[in-house]
Design a protein around this ligand. Structure first.
Ligand code: NI
Length: 254
């Protein structure tokens, strides 16, 4: 059984066939999915999905790219939502310097604030970090993220940065990129990450693995990621599924 620790099934890319696709998950060996909020609206939609499907859980949070919509009232709203029994994490939160907006100061402020929220609510965090390794690590250290716990999802940095996150007790989220021809850096990250710290994820509809690269992603493609991790680690695909399922359950407290 596979646990997809990071998906966005509320995305409009699934409007045509969301129900049918989710109904096919169990037969495809996908036992658990965490649908991750990226702003207030998608957080609400994630909770809604988690209430309609017994194998779907929700993460509550605002992505750095949408962090300009945050204020203290909205943090209170996130707090209320995070008390929902189907919420298993605060996320996705973090820093994304790929785009100029919102400003780095705004992103940092709400990353810190949502880390505090996770600590207060005793929930792990799902961290999104892109082109912002140094600031992300600094804020994690400052906030004592090792006491909060969580995952750096869709990890995109070097093995060196991975080791720093691992030393803080974090999990590393591995998705389709590890199968890409130019995914060498990602394969090095898998090499240095102990099996008991790897989580499987899609980030669907984005980042489909080979041979579906560029197409709409979904959880039933995770076996291609499993196969690549099994090859790098020299263990069976069953082992990869079993250990990553255990890791996800541990982290999310399911
Ligand atoms: Ni995501």
């Amino acid at each position: 059984m596979i646990f997809d620790t990071h998906a966005h099934y509320d995305d409009e890319a699934f409007d045509e066939d969301r129900e049918a696709l989710l109904a096919s998950m169990k037969d495809a060996g996908i036992g658990c999915i965490v649908n991750v909020g990226a702003n207030l609206e998608t957080t609400r939609n994630s909770l809604d999905l988690a209430h309609r499907y017994d194998f779907v859980y929700a993460a509550v949070g605002v992505h750095p790219s949408d962090s300009a919509e945050l204020n203290e009232d909205n943090i209170e709203l996130l707090r209320e939502w995070s008390e929902d029994g189907r919420c298993v994490a605060i996320g996705e939160i973090g820093l994304d310097y790929h785009w100029p907006e919102p400003s780095r100061d705004i992103q940092k402020k709400w990353f810190r604030r949502q880390l505090d929220l996770a600590r207060e609510q005793r929930l792990p965090v799902i961290i999104h970090s892109r082109e912002a390794a140094e600031d992300t690590i600094n804020i994690m250290k400052e906030a004592h993220a090792e006491e909060i716990g969580g995952v750096v999802h869709c990890f995109s940095y070097s093995a060196e940065i991975a080791k720093i996150c691992l030393n803080m007790g974090f999990y590393i989220g591995i998705g389709g990129v590890v199968t890409f021809k130019n995914g060498r850096k990602m394969r090095e990250v898998v090499e240095v990450t102990p099996m008991d710290r790897i989580l499987l994820e899609t980030d669907c509809p984005y980042l489909a693995p080979e041979p579906y690269r560029g197409k709409r992603n979904n959880s039933t493609y995770i076996p291609y990621v499993v196969e690549e991790i099994a090859r790098i680690k020299g263990i069976s695909k069953e082992e990869v599924e079993r250990i990553t399922l255990e890791n996800a359950k541990n982290m999310y407290g399911i």
